[in-house]
Design a binder for this molecule. Structure first.
Ligand SMILES: [Zn+2]
Length: 283
């Protein structure tokens, strides 16, 4: 090889290596920022936000103990704990731990959360194989009750319904409940996710053959559910930052946003349809 070509080669390797390390750094940074604390607050009725800047965790309080949805990353658990305690609630009063879906940013902390609370961990049947593989620090993933589509989780007068909204994961679970505020009942919906992550295979997916049909079914189902208060597994799904900024400024509760839910679905369904068509065209 001629010396200047060798130099060019070396330079290329160096640039590539720098880029990868920059990307890794970026990914790590994003993860850290996702764990940044966010002010815990009441959403509506007995529903409270106790998550981080990006990872949405909800505490549903009842006279017989509390329900927590999403333990997030294991590294998010201390952030959640601080938020629960800041609101004046006790970790040991959390009796049930639920989740949105079997990805690390929503359910990796289940084992640690169970250690801290003693809560019963419940998960949708179709996500169990993925959860079994989620073992931070070699801790086995706890599962005390396996849920099926439409199952109810009841505690102290509050009933949540587990809706299978598969696609993002095979057991992706959207939670609904009714919350009362000023004597009025509101339909609360915590959407799992109908987003397509980079690299998702929608056509001829050997590990998940029915993925595209599942997404399509989930969009159809989600459009039939009554929604007043729109929440989701990530704060960015439902505009947490902007809505939180509106709190306490008078006017209606900013989390009551059925139009926002419809816009979220329209946006994600368009992305799904576009990606599916592109992948089919490449077959
Ligand atoms: Zn996910």
């Amino acid at each position: 090889m001629q010396p200047h070509k060798l130099l060019l080669c070396l330079l290329f390797v160096l640039v590539a290596a720098t880029q990868t390390s920059a990307q890794n750094k970026q990914a790590k940074q994003a993860k850290t920022d996702w764990n940044a604390p966010f002010p815990p607050h009441k959403v509506i009725g007995n529903v409270y936000f106790v998550g981080s800047a990006e990872l949405a965790t909800f505490l549903i309080t009842t006279p017989e103990g509390h329900i927590l949805i999403n333990s997030d990353f294991e590294s998010t658990v201390p952030v959640i704990r601080a938020s629960v305690e800041k609101l004046g609630f006790k970790m040991t009063d959390i009796k049930i731990l639920l989740g949105s879906h079997a990805h690390g940013d929503h359910m990796e902390g289940d084992a640690l959360m169970k250690e801290l609370t003693g809560a019963r961990v419940m998960a949708m049947e179709q996500d169990v194989p993925l959860l079994r593989k989620m073992t931070p620090g070699n801790k086995p993933h706890p599962i005390d009750r396996i849920l099926k589509d439409g199952d109810q989780v009841a505690l102290g007068g509050t009933t949540l319904v587990a809706h299978l909204t598969a696609g993002h994961t095979p057991g992706c679970t959207t939670w609904t409940l009714k919350a009362d505020e000023n004597g009025k009942p509101y339909n609360v919906l915590i959407v799992c996710s109908v987003g397509i992550n980079p690299g998702y295979v929608l056509v001829n997916n050997k590990d998940y053959p029915q993925i595209a049909d599942d997404y399509a079914r989930s969009f159809r189902l989600l459009r039939t559910l009554p929604v007043d208060v729109f929440l989701g597994a990530h704060g960015s799904f439902y505009g947490l930052q902007a809505k939180y900024a509106q709190l306490g400024k008078g006017g209606a509760n900013p989390f009551i946003d059925p139009a926002g839910f419809k816009a979220y679905l329209d946006d994600k369904e368009k992305a799904f349809t576009t990606e599916l068509a592109a992948q089919k065209a490449k077959q």
